[in-house]
Every structure is written in C-alpha cells, then in structure tokens.
Design a protein around this ligand. Structure first.
Ligand SMILES: [Zn+2]
Length: 241
C-alpha cells in the first residue's frame, strides 16, 4: 500500500517556514525575509480543492487514506511484485490524468482558457458525453481526481475471473473505496490502457455509476453518459495528457 503525503496548504506551511527562517544567520535572514511576507501563491490544484470543499462537493477528507478497505475482509488474492508495479504505475498516471483533465475543464468553465484550449475541452466533452455541461462533468471529474489521491487498498489479483475477458472490477460491496480486483488480461495492457481501465473502475467506485457502454462498442456516448464509467475514463485520456 502506498501512502500519499497530503498536499500542503498555505496555512499549514506558514509556521514551519517561519521557524526555518529564524534559524538562519542574520545576513541570510535579511535576504530571505522579503519573499516570506507574501503568502505563497496557491497552486491551481489547491485552489480547486478548496473551492470543491467550500461548495460542499466533497463529503470526506481529501488526501487521507481510506478509513477502511472493505476488500480486506475477503480472502486475499495476492499480487506478484510485477503486478503491483503495474497497478501502482496506473494509479500514478490516473491521478495525473484526472487532475489535468479537471483543471483544463475548470479553467474553461471560468473563462480562463485560450480559444484552442476551449475547443479541446468542448470537443473532448462531446466525444464522450451527450448534452451535459462542462461544469457538471468537471465537478464529477473533480470528485474522481480528489478520491484518486487516496492510497489504493490492498489489490486483489484474481487468477481466474468470472468472465475470462474481463480486465478489472470494482465490486459493488467495495464501492466508495480504493478496493479493486484485477484479472489476468489487465496485466497484458500497456500503461495508457491500464490507466484508462483503472479510471473506469474508479468511476464505478467513487461516482456509483453503473453504465457499461464502451467507447469501442456500440452507441457511444450513450444517452445516459453521466452514468457511464467509460465516458470518464476516456475524457481523462483525452484531456489529461
Ligand atoms: Zn465497468
């Protein structure tokens, strides 16, 4: 299991920053005091997280490990070191894609995007969602981005899944957690596809969506695309790189 350090907030940084300055020699203290009088600028990610929290869109603390992993109560299906590496790499990439995609959409919603960026956002949105607004989808992507910062629970690497073609599951009793089950075909996928698969499962788990209309199969985007897991995975793919 990997633990992610919390994103430092400006308020939490101030005391340690001050104490490190006081330990410096007087000449260096003078030199370094000036920049510290201004509060450090918030990164877009921090601003976004605060906005989401302030608007009540996040109901559990961000960046904390899941308080419980329901999959721990089930018989373990151990993963090899290579399998773990693959899962962890997909998790790292999933976080990057979800945050980049969310920030791109958020900048567009607030009218801060260039025309080219705006076109990229609206084109990707229409390729994966029907008529939903950028804001509505961005809020859901933001929820996924925030949840993705949680450490993964102990993964289950099942040697034989119910459907031999299936690559991964977010079983219903494990929803609202970072509990996932990985089937053998998952480990044959390249990094980009493995990341997309993990985000698809994250959408099942954290957004509670049950739609299974895949991009490469049938009518896509489906009418109820807001409930379709693959729509989020592909939007993160299209806007998160
Ligand atoms: Zn699915």
């Amino acid at each position: 299991m990997r633990i992610f350090a919390p994103i430092p907030k400006a308020a939490q940084q101030a005391p340690s920053a001050r104490s490190s300055i006081s330990r410096l020699a007087p000449s260096r203290r003078l030199l370094q005091r000036q920049p510290q009088t201004e509060p450090p600028a918030k990164t877009p990610l921090e601003s976004f997280t605060e906005t989401m929290e302030a608007e009540g869109r996040v109901s559990i603390p961000v960046q904390e490990a899941d308080p419980n992993c329901p999959c721990n109560q089930f018989a373990p299906a151990p993963c090899t070191t290579l399998q773990r590496d693959k899962i962890n790499a997909a998790h790292t990439l999933a976080q990057q894609r979800l945050w980049r995609a969310t920030m791109r959409m958020w900048e567009h919603v607030h009218g801060r995007s260039s025309p080219a960026e705006s076109t990229r956002v609206t084109t990707a949105l229409r390729a994966n969602f029907r008529s939903e607004s950028v804001k509505r989808v961005a809020e859901r992507m933001g929820t996924l981005a925030i949840r993705s910062k949680n450490a993964l629970c102990e993964p289950h690497c099942t040697p034989t899944c119910q459907d031999p073609k299936h690559v991964a599951y977010a079983p219903r009793p494990w929803r609202n957690s970072q509990c996932y089950e990985f089937c053998p075909p998952f480990f044959t996928k390249g990094p980009s596809e493995a990341t997309r698969i993990l985000i698809h499962e994250m959408a099942h788990s954290w957004l509670g969506v049950g739609g299974e209309q895949y991009k490469w199969k049938g009518e896509y985007p489906p009418i109820d695309s807001l409930l379709n897991a693959d729509s989020y995975a592909w939007l993160a793919h299209d806007l998160g790189q």
